[in-house]
Design a protein around this ligand. Structure first.
Ligand SMILES: [Zn+2]
Length: 147
């Protein structure tokens, strides 16, 4: 048996579409649930904990100039490729990977020194040689297999 709702929808396709769009917008702008907010907060705290472990591991200061405010310290891949790795495995996995390899191949740079390094080395996230891409993909796969 066909429901009255279905019959109405078939008879009024324009109104039905408007209603569906309104419901979609309402749900889209709804406040996230408390559980969702708590979960997000926990994720953020977890990520901050991982980051501070990495900062400790890498010496808590810029490898070039010695700047030590953690707010402006960035985790740098000594040989580049951080952006693509992050795209591949996600930030949490990337942090865990850094801790797993005990910071080997990574260093802390302040935002200025990191930017200067990117400029000098022409580390452009849109340009990559086939070799670096293959190496990074292999590293990511090895890491994910270990999880
Ligand atoms: Zn620096």
């Amino acid at each position: 048996m066909v429901s009255r709702m279905t019959l109405w929808r078939d008879a009024n396709p324009g109104k039905a579409k408007l209603g569906a769009q309104r419901d979609y917008q309402r749900r889209k702008h709804q406040q996230p649930s408390l559980a969702c907010i708590k979960n997000r907060k926990a994720e953020l705290q977890y990520r901050q904990r991982l980051r501070s472990q990495i900062l400790d591991l890498l010496g808590n200061k810029c490898a070039v100039c010695g700047f030590s405010d953690p707010k402006a310290l960035q985790i740098d891949h000594i040989h580049g490729g951080g952006y693509r790795q992050r795209q591949g495995v996600g930030i949490d996995n990337q942090y865990r990977l850094i801790l797993e390899v005990k910071g080997e191949g990574y260093q802390l740079l302040c935002a200025n020194c990191n930017q200067i390094k990117k400029y000098v080395n022409k580390e452009n996230r849109h340009r990559a040689t086939a070799t670096t891409l293959v190496n990074e993909k292999t590293q990511q796969l090895n890491f994910l297999e270990d999880l």
